[in-house]
Design a protein around this ligand. Structure first.
Ligand SMILES: Nc1ncnc2c1ncn2[C@@H]1O[C@H](COP(=O)(O)OP(=O)(O)OP(=O)(O)O)[C@@H](O)[C@H]1O
Length: 293
């Protein structure tokens, strides 16, 4: 069970290169796709789900080449939560699931059983008679995941599943995806670094359509060892100066002083002490190196 992506390129119109020679190998487990807005994550996911044709390059999903003649067999392996998941506003949660099940050509008995199972899994059974328009943002995301899981896909592709949901809901969604990845591939796109840190073992970082990192989360963090610092400052002028010269990850105003966390290859000043890097430090270091190129 894997996804092989080779030299994948997507150019919109004449000018926008959304993906630039992307090579990735994704195997069982949870794989994170990290990148800022416009990095190319959605474009890649839409190509993998056969909603968009690449300009060039190839994709193979569980040994099947992603070509027009194979689209039905590929689609039967996939579940997809798009970034903007919408549905007919007047349909209830159950009706929406039933409709999706019919589109998936599931037989009535199997459909009913599976819908009930998935609604329990996503903790939506209490909402099954609520209409789509009455659902909160988090419930809509969960319904989006529920419909993507309906046909028990080997590959679940989720685009920004936790954006716009409260912390409790975010944890719940992460746990559901993590659980599902034990026996399947879950490809998760996000710009929320903690989503990756708490769920993925492997990740790729995209920047302007290029893969600037692929490998384990652990190795990415390791690359930032010796480059994360905690600096103590005494006024906002010092903080402004620091921001001009370094990538400041966070700053905390405490009584009479400011503690700032920064990433830098060299020790910025003697007032700065080295700290253990986090995935956020590592990601920011990587992005800042890329910007400097
Ligand atoms: N249909 C389209 N036509 C033209 N350009 C597009 C189209 N869709 C995306 N783009 C451009 O392609 C690039 C990659 O966009 P994409 O949506 O794949 O990025 P993303 O990483 O998913 O961003 P976000 O996190 O904001 O969703 C951007 O420059 C975007 O403006």
């Amino acid at each position: 069970m894997d996804i092989k992506i080779k030299e994948l390129t997507k150019i919109y119109g004449k000018e926008t290169t959304a993906l630039n020679d992307v090579d990735l190998h994704i195997s069982q487990g949870m794989f994170g796709l990290l990148g800022k807005n416009g990095a190319g994550k959605t474009t890649l996911m839409r190509i993998l789900t056969a909603l968009l044709e690449p300009t060039r390059g190839s994709v193979e999903i569980c040994g099947i080449p992603l070509k027009k003649k194979n689209i039905l067999s590929i689609k039967s392996l996939l579940g997809y939560l798009p970034q903007e998941f919408g549905f007919y506003n007047n349909l209830t949660v159950y009706e929406a699931m039933d409709y999706m099940g019919m589109l998936n050509k599931m037989k009535p008995k199997k459909r009913k059983e599976r819908i009930e199972e998935v609604l329990i899994q996503l903790n939506l059974q209490q909402q099954s008679h609520k209409r789509f328009r009455q659902l909160s943002g988090g419930m809509k995301k969960r319904l989006g995941i529920a419909q993507a899981l309906l046909n028990e896909p080997k590959i679940l592709i989720v685009d920004e599943p936790t954006s716009g949901v409260d912390p409790e809901e975010r944890v719940r969604i992460r746990n559901i995806l993590s659980e599902y990845s034990k026996n399947n591939i879950v490809l998760l796109s996000t710009h929320i670094v903690e989503d990756i840190a708490s769920t993925c073992e492997m990740l790729a970082v995209l920047d302007y359509g290029k893969v600037i990192y692929k490998g384990s989360v652990e190795d990415l963090i390791q690359q930032a060892k010796g480059s994360a610092w905690k600096c103590t400052l005494y006024n906002t002028t010092e903080l402004d100066e620091l921001k001009q010269n370094y990538t400041v990850i966070s700053s905390q105003h405490l009584q009479g002083k400011i503690e700032a966390r920064i990433v830098s290859k060299d020790q910025p000043s003697l007032d700065c002490i080295e700290v253990e890097p986090s995935i956020e430090d590592a990601y920011m270091l990587l992005s800042s190196k890329e910007e400097a190129k």
